[in-house]
Design a protein around this ligand. Structure first.
Ligand code: NAD
Ligand code: UD1
Length: 334
């Protein structure tokens, strides 16, 4: 079985490629390296001991996409490629809509021409918006508060319409909660450019001495310790969730949205404490005002993933912080 992975050199994509190779799938990656390094592809091969075919190409290049589907008999696609920074999407909405929607249109066109109609898409818990009660269930109404979130809502709709129009399509819309951690080898992980927007990359840079303190956005939320609560999921568990989704789309048609989370909420201060334990020193933090657009609490209802995919996350917060620190040490401390 051959799987085409768009954005396969990125954080979640690289971990998924490793697990696909470990499970015996052949892997073809397309990535324009706008947010990844070529070393990621080498490290995927190093960890798995298996080769991958890599195309440095942009999804919006239709001829480039056609070439891949001509050169390979692709059984299913996992579509990770996209821009993902929320504040940047507010600054550069056209670039986000153009890249995320444009890339998806071209990919689907090339898939249809090649007769490949099985796709697993990287959506996000962000589609649950600001007003649904936790735990978030797949049937709840979706909405967005920023261009990044709208691209996810819109692509979910586009792929749903595609599957409704042509019953040969099989679409899995995976709504990730907060992926963190890294592969236990320490060779692949999350390494954002510039100042990290997300909590875990920021905390790991504080642990590595690159930044002075964790900035906690608000301690007056209606949560047990007042700080924001999220459903953090180990990226290797998330990668394994994609394997289950691939099996599912290969065997079924139609469209399904599925949460990939643990169902457990963890606060910002609990993360700081767990990471302090992992790196062996108390990490300093300061309380700052709330970040606009943040909700108090976000965690998944995980029942559908268990029922449909037979999948559940296994790794706990301690493991997530230990693996994140293992990667950060390799990356930042020479
Ligand atoms: P990432 O930036 O590490 O990976 C995305 C990859 O896509 C990068 O390697 C980038 O170079 C590539 N890419 C972007 N636009 C491209 C294009 N037009 N053509 C070819 N390659 C392109 O991000 P990630 O954290 O691995 O996220 C993967 C997917 O999951 C994204 O769609 C993201 O929106 C979604 N997601 C991520 C999170 C998260 O917290 N990381 C949460 C929910 C959803
Ligand atoms: C954010 C995005 C979401 C996206 C996800 C993955 C927003 C509003 N949401 O989710 O759309 O899918 O990243 O890219 O940007 N925090 C701090 N200090 C920090 C950073 C974060 O206290 O330096 C807090 C936040 O307030 C939140 C928690 O940590 O309570 C997690 O934040 P983050 O890692 O950015 O993820 P989300 O906001 O859940």
């Amino acid at each position: 079985m051959k799987i085409f992975v768009t954005g396969g050199a990125g954080f979640i994509g690289s971990h998924t490629c490793v697990e696909l190779l470990n499970a015996g799938y052949e892997v073809v990656i397309a990535d324009n390296l706008s947010n990844a390094k070529p070393e990621a592809v080498e490290n995927i091969q190093k960890i798995s001991g298996k080769p991958v075919v890599f195309y440095k190409t942009d999804l919006r290049d239709l001829e480039g996409m056609r070439k891949i589907f001509t050169e390979h008999d692709i059984d299913a696609v996992i579509h990770f490629a996209g821009l993902k920074a929320v504040p940047e999407s507010v600054q550069k909405p056209l670039e986000y809509y153009e890249n995320n929607l444009g890339g998806t249109f071209v990919l689907c066109q090339a898939m249809r021409e090649a007769g490949c109609r099985k796709i697993v898409f990287s959506s996000s818990a962000t589609v649950y918006g600001m007003h649904n009660p936790v735990p978030f269930k797949e049937g709840m109404p979706t909405s967005a508060t920023n261009p990044y979130g709208y691209t996810k809502v819109m692509i979910e709709q586009i792929l749903t319409d595609l599957a409704l129009a042509d019953p040969q399509w099989s679409v899995s819309l995976l709504r990730y909660f907060n992926p963190i951690g890294a592969h236990s080898s320490g060779l692949i992980g999350e390494d954002p450019n510039g100042i990290p927007n997300n909590l875990l990359p920021y905390v790991s840079q504080v642990a590595a001495g690159l930044r002075p303190e964790v900035v906690v956005y608000g301690n007056d939320y209606d949560t047990p310790d007042g700080t924001g609560v999220r459903d953090y999921i180990h990226v290797v568990d998330l990668a394994l969730g994609h394997l289950s989704a691939v099996k599912y789309v290969l065997e079924h048609t139609g469209v399904e949205a599925v949460n990939l989370g643990t169902g457990q909420g963890t606060s910002v201060l609990e993360i700081v404490a767990a990471y302090s334990k992992a790196c062996g020193k108390e990490l300093p933090y300061r309380i700052a005002p709330r970040r606009p657009g943040d909700i108090a609490t976000c965690y998944a209802d995980t029942e559908k993933a268990r029922r449909l995919f037979g999948w559940e996350a296994k790794r706990n917060i301690e493991q997530m912080c230990a693996d994140s620190w293992n990667f950060a040490k390799n990356r930042y401390i020479k």
